[in-house]
Design a protein. Structure first.
Ligand code: PEP
Ligand code: MN
Length: 263
C-alpha cells in the first residue's frame, strides 16, 4: 500500500487545514518537551508568528536514561493543546504506548511514533486502527525498506494518514548526534507514495547545524520540516544543545523559504 506503484502521483495527507505532500512546505516547530504552561505558550506564539503551521512538544519522552526527565504525560498533551489553540496552530506529540492513544487522540491533531518505536508492531497496528494522522520517524539502525514496512503496518489496518520523518541514522561519525540521511528523501519519493519530512534537530544534536541540515532536506525534496525551538534553550529539560531560540527560528524560516523557492 505504501509503494509508489499504488499511487504514482504520490499521496497527500491532510490534517485539518494543513496538507503534507502538497505545494506548500509544512513547518512544525516547538520544544523537545512540554515543560510548563508558560514555556509551551511562549513557544507556540513565537513559532506561529514566524510562520509555523504546527506545534510540537513531547509529553511522553523516551529518554536514554531512566533518571532523565520523562515528560509531563497526559498533562503535557493538555498543555500542548491549550497553547496550540491560543496560537492558532495544530499540534503533534509522541505516543510511546498504545494505552496512551486515547489521550493523545483527544488532545493532538497528529501523533508521532519516535525512532525507538518504529518497529513496535503492536503500537503501529493500534495506530492503524485508530485512524489518527501519524508522523512515523525512522529507527536509528533501520533500513529504508524496514521503515516502509513499518508504515505498511499502519496502512494495512486502514489508516492512510501516514507521513514519514527522516531524523538521522547511527553511523561511525561522532561530530553529529546522528547522520541525517538526506538520500532517504529521494529514495522514499522513488519507492513510496507517502509524504516525507525532515527532522534536522535530532540528526544534528547541535544548534549551529540545524539550519543547514533543514535546507539540505528541503533541497532534496522534503515535504516539510519538524524542528525543535525553545523560548530559553539553556534551561531546557531535554535536548538543550540542539533547540533553536525564537530569534534563531525566524532566521531559520527565512533560509528555508529561500531554498523552497529555488527548489
Ligand atoms: C522527538 O522528536 O521528540 C524525539 C524523541 O525524536 P526521535 O524519536 O527522533 O529521537
Ligand atoms: Mn528532542
Amino acid at each position: 500500500l505504501a509503494s509508489r506503484e499504488m499511487v504514482p502521483e504520490g499521496r497527500k495527507v491532510t490534517v485539518q487545514n494543513v496538507t503534507f505532500g502538497g505545494e506548500k512546505l509544512v513547518m512544525i516547530a516547538g520544544p523537545c518537551a512540554v515543560e510548563n504552561e508558560e514555556q509551551i505558550t511562549k513557544a507556540a506564539l513565537g513559532v506561529k508568528a514566524a510562520g509555523a503551521q504546527m506545534l510540537r512538544g513531547g509529553a511522553y519522552k523516551p529518554r536514554t536514561s531512566p533518571y532523565a526527565f520523562q515528560g509531563l504525560e497526559d498533562e503535557g498533551y493538555r498543555l500542548l493543546r491549550k497553547a496550540a489553540d491560543a496560537a492558532g496552530l495544530l499540534c503533534v506529540s509522541e505516543v510511546v504506548d498504545a494505552q496512551d492513544l486515547t489521550a493523545a487522540g483527544k488532545y493532538c491533531d497528529m501523533i508521532q511514533v519516535g525512532a525507538r518505536n518504529m518497529q513496535n508492531f503492536r503500537l503501529l497496528r493500534e495506530i492503524g486502527r485508530s485512524g489518527l494522522p501519524v508522523l512515523l520517524k525512522n529507527g536509528i539502525a533501520c533500513t529504508i525498506e524496514e521503515w516502509l514496512d513499518a508504515a505498511e503496518y499502519i496502512l494495512s489496518e486502514g489508516n492512510q494518514n501516514v507521513v514519514l520523518c527522516e531524523r538521522g541514522i547511527r553511523t561511525f561519525e561522532t561530530a553529529t548526534r546522528n547522520t541525517l540521511d538526506v538520500s532517504a528523501v529521494p529514495v522514499v519519493k522513488e519507492r513510496s507514495s507517502l509524504p516525507i519530512i525532515v527532522d534536522p534537530s535530532h540528526a544534528a544534536g547541535k544548534r549551529s547545524l540545524v539550519t543547514p541540515l533543514a535546507m539540505a532536506g528541503i533541497a532534496a525534496g522534503a515535504d516539510g520540516i519538524i524542528v525543535e525551538v525553545h523560548p530559553d534553550p539553556k534551561v531546557a529539560m531535554s535536548d538543550a544543545a540542539q533547540q533553536l531560540t525564537l530569534p534563531n527560528f525566524e532566521e531559520f524560516m527565512g533560509k528555508c523559504r529561500k531554498v523552497a523557492a529555488a527548489a
